[in-house]
Ligand binder design. Structure first.
Ligand code: ZN
Length: 142
């Protein structure tokens, strides 16, 4: 992918602060971190999002996510770790090479309050029947 910034980082034509890489994944620091220690975990092969990524690659990606979370927690002393993975423009995906954000969180960093403020007004309250009907439809797709 010629115009993919993550592919350029992977093939070393664009600089990045890489913290880990192996045959399958690369982990580097986000250049616009929401907190110091915010990492991005990406597969070396270009896939657009989680929907088109083969399961074995997803598995390797998330094994690296866990290792990244442990490293971030240890180095930053974070109280918690957020793991974000966005698919599609409507889900706030900006770089269309599948990736996972690993972000250190702290008790008083303001994230929790802002998240609750954002999410609470848009949450819906479906009935048990609606939940059960949807669960059957989704279960049929497994
Ligand atoms: Zn790419």
């Amino acid at each position: 992918m010629d115009d993919c910034v993550f592919c350029k980082i992977i093939d070393k034509t664009q600089p990045a602060s890489i913290i880990y890489e192996d045959d399958d994944v690369v982990v580097f620091l986000d250049t616009r971190p929401v907190r110091s220690g915010h990492c991005l975990v990406v597969p070396k092969e270009h896939y657009v999002n989680i929907l088109d990524t083969p399961q074995d690659v997803v598995s390797k990606l998330f094994m690296a996510v866990q290792r990244t979370a442990k490293a971030v927690q240890k180095v930053t002393g974070a109280d918690g770790i957020s793991v974000f993975q966005n698919n599609g423009r409507s889900a706030l995906q900006v770089i269309f090479h599948v990736h996972v954000h690993v972000v250190p969180r702290f008790e008083n960093d303001g994230f929790r309050e802002r998240y609750v403020e954002l999410i609470r007004p848009i949450r819906i309250a479906p009935s048990r029947d609606e939940l059960d009907d949807l669960a059957v439809k989704l279960g049929d797709e497994f």
